[in-house]
Structure formats: structure tokens, C-alpha cells
Design a protein around this ligand. Structure first.
Ligand code: PEP
Length: 262
């Protein structure tokens, strides 16, 4: 890992109920009190954002509140959708966009992902742009062009000033929720390519500062090896973020990697 501050996010997806989300938030906050050299964010379902925010505040936690998605329009007749201002009003600081489940289950295109990303950074929040190839794309040898297309399209019309509010999450679709993980070498190779692409688009300094997280079946048993890779700046965690006993050790692995202890 480099001198970029790692970031680890817990994407709770459509899981937990009100009591469980509160218990999980308390457990994560209490388990990570001493962690200062890693940015940690939790992404609860919308209905529990305010309850989780209250827990973070009452415990003076530095954990950041995230949202799993947003709609790009500011307001109006968009039944079921949520705007950036609504999220900000709930204390959200960071928002996922282009998660593979949004792309592949809910049919979001690169163009929609770009609209959302621009709405997020225009509103002053940070965006996590998720990209990743499917198994068929990987087998066909198309990983790099797919990732390049998703990064370029996701960042279309995003200025150099605003791109500093973007983190990229490389999440191979075949590794999400499947128990299969990219090897540290595979992850490193894709992350390095993304960084080269960002350097070509925004310059070397911006590329050096950009954090690129890995996501896809990260567990306490594989986190240290993945986070040791020089271009892997932390992780976006799904299943394992629902258990305090798994999420906390994963964050600690990022902390150790940042200190060069692994
Ligand atoms: C995710 O949803 O972003 C994810 C990486 O899930 P999992 O860790 O369960 O593979």
C-alpha cells in the first residue's frame, strides 16, 4: 500500500432490519475506536440511515455514513427515488454508484451511472464509482477494455477538481457474493491499469492520489494479502460487512497494510 489513506466500506445491501442495523453500527463503531489511519464508511439501507447516523453521533465516531445509490434529478415526480439533497439532509457523505447489482440486476447503463456520479460530486458528496467485468467478459479476455469503458464513461464530463471526490471500486462481478476472490496479483494488475488510465485522463498527480478499492468476497482470511498490493487502497465489503467479527478484522488488515505491518 502507498501513502494514500486506505478506505474500507461496508455495503449492507438490502439486509438488516431496524434493530439489526443499530446493533451492527454500534458493534462496528465500538470495534474500531482506535482506528485512525483508515477511512471507514458504512452503507446501510435508506430507511436506517438516520438511525445509524444517530449512533455515529452519540458515540462521536469518525465512521462515515454512506448511501448505496441515489437518483440524479434534484426533485420531482420520480416515485421511489431519492435525491442527493435528501441524502445530505440525512448526514450522508459518500454514495456508491454503478454497483454491479445496479448495473446487472437493475439495468443501469454507463450513461445513468455517469449522471448519478456527477449529481453526487456536484452536491459536494463523495462518490464511489464501482466497475467490474463479468465472468464471460473475463474469460473472453475483455477485462481491460470493459473496465476502461466503465471508468471513462463513469467519469465523462467530470472535471479535475471534482474527480478528487471520487474513489473507484474494482469489483469483478464474478467475485461478488460468490466466495471467489481475485488473486492479489489479478487485483493489482487491474488496479494498476485503472491508475494508468486515470493518469492519462487527469494527470499523474491525480492518479497517485486516487484511491482504488477492491471488492468481491473479501474476508478476514484474504484481506491482508489483497491490501498489501501497492495499488489496492482498501476494500468494499458486502457479505462480511454484516458481521462485526468479520468487518472489524478486515478494517484492521487495512490498518496494518497502511502501516506496512504485513
Ligand atoms: C459488494 O457488494 O460490493 C461486495 C463486494 O460483496 P461481497 O463482499 O459479498 O462479495
Amino acid at each position: 500500500m502507498s501513502d494514500r489513506k486506505p478506505i474500507v466500506g461496508g455495503n449492507w445491501k438490502m439486509n438488516t432490519n431496524r434493530a439489526e442495523s443499530a446493533e451492527l453500527a454500534r458493534g462496528v463503531v465500538d470495534g474500531l475506536r482506535d482506528v485512525t489511519n483508515v477511512d471507514v464508511a458504512v452503507f446501510p439501507p435508506y430507511p436506517y440511515l438516520l438511525a445509524v447516523r444517530a449512533i455515529l453521533r452519540e458515540r462521536s465516531s469518525s465512521l462515515r455514513l454512506g448511501a448505496q445509490d441515489v437518483y440524479h434529478k434534484p426533485d420531482g415526480a420520480y416515485t421511489g427515488e431519492v435525491s442527493t439533497e435528501m441524502l445530505r439532509d440525512c448526514g450522508v457523505e459518500i454514495v456508491l454508484c454503478g454497483h454491479s447489482e445496479r448495473r446487472h440486476v437493475l439495468g443501469e447503463s454507463d450513461a445513468v451511472v455517469n449522471l448519478k456520479l456527477r449529481a453526487i460530486v456536484d452536491s459536494g458528496m463523495e462518490a464511489v464509482l464501482c466497475v467490474g467485468e463479468t465472468l464471460d467478459e473475463r474469460i473472453a479476455g475483455h477485462t481491460d477494455p470493459v473496465i476502461q469503458r466503465q471508468v471513462r464513461a463513469g467519469l465523462a464530463d467530470v472535471t479535475g477538481d471534482h474527480v478528487s471526490s471520487v474513489t473507484i471500486a474494482y469489483e469483478p462481478v464474478w467475485a461478488i457474493g460468490t466466495g471467489k476472490t481475485a488473486t492479489p496479483d489479478d487485483a493489482q494488475s487491474v488496479h494498476a491499469n485503472i491508475r494508468r488510465l486515470i493518469a492519462g485522463m487527469y494527470g499523474q498527480d491525480t492518479a497517485e492520489r486516487m484511491r482504488i478499492m477492491y471488492g468481491g468476497s473479501v474476508k478476514p482470511s484474504n484481506a491482508a494479502e489483497l491490501f498489501k498490493a501497492p495499488d489496492v487502497d482498501g476494500g468494499l465489503i458486502g457479505g462480511a460487512s454484516l458481521k462485526v467479527g468479520e468487518f472489524v478484522p478486515i478494517v484492521r488488515a487495512a490498518m496494518a497494510a497502511a502501516r506496512g505491518q504485513v
